[in-house]
Design a binder for this molecule. Structure first.
Ligand SMILES: Cc1ncc(COP(=O)(O)O)c(C=O)c1O
Length: 465
C-alpha cells in the first residue's frame, strides 16, 4: 500500500538526530538541532514519496494532463528536432552570452500570445516573481499586498527598496480601498503622484482557490490614485492554462492587459514544462535586464528549458488544450453538485466539522478555479488526508504555517484527467470520513481518532518498534 511507504519515509525523516551529533562540527550539529525542534513537533515538511497509479490524482500540478498523456514530451521532441547544434547551457547571463536569438524569439511569441508589449523568460516562476517584485520598487515607494500572496512575493518584498509595506485583507475590495486611501492621506508623495504604489495580488490563490476581484481592484486603484501611480503586479501561476481564452489567464479573461503593469506566469504547472515569464512593457523589461539580480547574476535559461515552454505555448495557442480546459470546468461543477447534495456533507458543515467556502454559490459562478480547499478543524486535515489515502486518493493536507493558524485543510486540485468516477470516489471518501467523525462525536467518546488515522498511527508504531 502507498501509505506504508509514506509512513516509512515520514518516520525516517522524523527520527531525532541531535543524539548522534555530539562529536560533529557545530555547523552541522546546530543545523540538526534546528531540524530536531521541527521533528519533535512533527512540523518537518517531508517530501512525500512519488505516487502514480493506482492513486487518484487530486494533487499534482499536471492540471491539463499534458505530462501524463505524453503530449508535452511529444511537442518538446518535435520542437527540438527543428533545431540543430543547440547547447545545454545558455553560456552566460542575459547581459552576456545568454541573450541568444532563440530565447528572444520565444519571448516575442509569448508577448504576442499574452497580449503584452514584451515578455521576459526566467529560470522559474518563483525567481521571476521574487525578482521583479524586488527590482521595480524604488526608495519612497510602497508595496500594498494581499495578505495571502505567495512566498515568492514576500521574498521579493524583502529584496525591494520600497520604503513602506502594508497588507490588505484577502480579496477584500473595501480593505484595499481603505489601505490606499490611508496612504494617500498620510503621504504627500503618493497624493501628488511622485512615488509609486505596487499592488501585489494573485489570480487564483493556491491555498484558497478563490479568484482575485481584479476588475474591482483596478477601479479602486484608479479612483484613489487617478494620476496612475498605483500599479499592479499579478502572479498568474494558477490561472494560466485554466482561465481565459486559450488559457491565457485571468488578466486576459477580463480584458485587463492594458491596466496591469506586470504579470508573472509560471510554466511548471498547467504548461507542464519549466520556467517563468514576466509580461510587462519595455521600460520595466529594460530595468529588469539591468537590475534584476536573478537575471544579471545568473545563467540564462537553457535552450531545452525554453523549448519546453515553447512546446507548451504551441499547445495552448493551437487550441490543443481547449477541450481539457472545458472538461476541468465540467468536472468541478460535477464535484460541487455531488458534494453539496450529500446529507453527510450537509451535516458535517452544520456541525462545523468541514466547510468549503468556494462551494458556496457555485451555480452562480461563470468560471471555477481548479483548486478546492476543504477546511477542517486542526489535525483533522491529517485524518482526512489519511482516510483519502487509504481509499487510494491523493489530495494533500495543509496546516499552519503553510496556511494561517486555525485554517487547516485538504486541497483538491481538479485536472483534465479526473473523471466523474474519480469525483464520486472522492466525495464518497470525504462523506464516509465525515460520517465516522460525527458518529464518534455523538458517542461523546474521548477517543476521537478515526479508523484511517488509527491504522496509519498503528503502522507508524509498528515500524518504530
Ligand atoms: C502562486 C505561485 N507563484 C509562484 C510559484 C513558483 O513557480 P515555479 O514552480 O515556476 O517556481 C508557485 C509555485 O508553487 C505558486 O504557487
Amino acid at each position: 500500500m502507498y501509505y506504508e511507504s509514506m509512513v516509512e519515509t515520514w518516520l525516517k525523516d522524523h527520527k531525532l538526530k541531535t543524539p548522534e551529533m555530539q562529536n560533529e562540527p557545530a555547523f552541522y550539529r546546530n543545523l540538526e538541532q534546528r531540524l530536531d525542534t521541527l521533528r519533535a513537533e512533527h512540523k518537518l515538511l517531508t517530501a512525500k514519496p512519488r505516487w502514480d497509479t493506482p492513486m487518484v490524482d487530486f494533487a499534482s500540478n499536471d492540471i491539463l494532463s499534458l505530462s501524463r498523456t505524453g503530449r508535452i514530451r511529444e511537442a518538446f521532441l518535435q520542437e527540438i528536432s527543428r533545431h540543430e547544434n543547440w547547447n545545454l547551457s545558455a553560456g552566460g547571463s542575459r547581459l552576456q552570452n545568454g541573450n541568444y536569438d532563440y530565447i528572444l524569439e520565444v519571448e516575442r511569441e509569448m508577448a504576442e500570445f499574452f497580449g503584452s508589449e514584451t515578455a521576459f523568460f526566467g529560470n522559474s516562476g518563483f525567481l521571476c516573481n521574487a525578482g521583479i517584485t524586488g527590482c521595480v520598487a524604488l526608495p519612497g515607494d510602497c508595496y500594498v499586498f494581499d495578505e495571502l500572496v505567495h512566498a515568492s512575493a514576500h521574498e521579493g518584498m524583502k529584496l525591494g527598496r520600497a520604503s513602506h509595506k502594508v497588507s490588505f485583507r484577502h480579496n477584500d475590495v473595501n480593505s484595499l480601498r481603505e489601505t490606499l486611501t490611508n496612504l494617500r492621506e498620510t503621504h504627500a508623495e503618493f497624493k501628488l503622484g511622485t512615488q509609486s504604489i505596487l499592488i501585489l495580488v494573485e489570480s487564483i490563490y493556491s491555498m484558497n482557490g478563490d479568484m482575485c476581484p481584479l476588475k474591482e481592484f483596478v477601479q479602486v486603484a484608479k479612483q484613489v490614485f487617478p494620476l496612475g501611480n498605483a500599479q499592479f503586479i499579478i502572479d498568474e501561476a494558477h490561472s494560466v492554462g485554466v482561465l481565459g481564452p486559450h488559457g491565457r489567464g485571468l488578466v486576459s479573461m477580463l480584458g485587463l492587459e492594458k491596466e496591469i503593469a506586470i504579470r508573472v506566469h509560471v510554466c511548471s504547472k498547467a504548461m507542464a514544462s519549466t520556467g517563468g515569464v514576466i509580461l510587462c512593457n519595455k521600460t520595466v523589461r529594460s530595468l529588469m535586464m539591468n537590475q534584476m539580480r536573478f537575471a544579471v547574476y545568473s545563467g540564462a535559461p537553457s535552450f531545452p528549458m525554453v523549448a519546453s515552454a515553447r512546446a507548451g505555448l504551441q499547445l495552448f495557442r493551437s487550441g490543443g488544450t481547449h477541450e481539457e480546459q472545458e472538461r476541468i470546468q465540467k468536472t468541478i461543477s460535477y464535484f460541487f453538485k455531488r458534494l453539496t447534495s450529500k446529507p453527510d456533507w450537509q451535516q458535517a458543515v452544520a456541525a462545523g466539522l468541514l466547510s468549503c467556502p468556494v462551494a458556496e454559490g457555485w451555480e452562480q459562478r461563470q468560471f471555477h478555479a481548479h483548486i478546492i480547499p476543504i477546511r477542517t478543524r486542526p489535525r483533522h486535515e491529517q485524518y482526512l488526508f489519511f482516510h483519502n489515502m487509504l481509499a487510494n486518493i491523493m489530495a494533500y493536507n495543509f496546516a499552519y504555517p503553510v496556511v494561517p493558524k486555525g485554517e487547516s485543510r485538504i486541497r483538491i486540485v481538479v485536472h483534465a484527467h479526473n473523471t466523474e468516477d474519480d469525483v464520486d470516489k472522492l466525495v464518497t471518501s470525504i462523506c464516509q470520513w465525515a460520517h465516522e467523525m460525527l458518529d464518534l462525536e455523538k458517542c461523546g467518546s474521548n477517543n476521537t481518532l478515526p479508523s484511517a488515522a488509527s491504522k496509519v498511527f498503528a503502522s507508524q508504531a509498528a515500524v518504530k518498534a
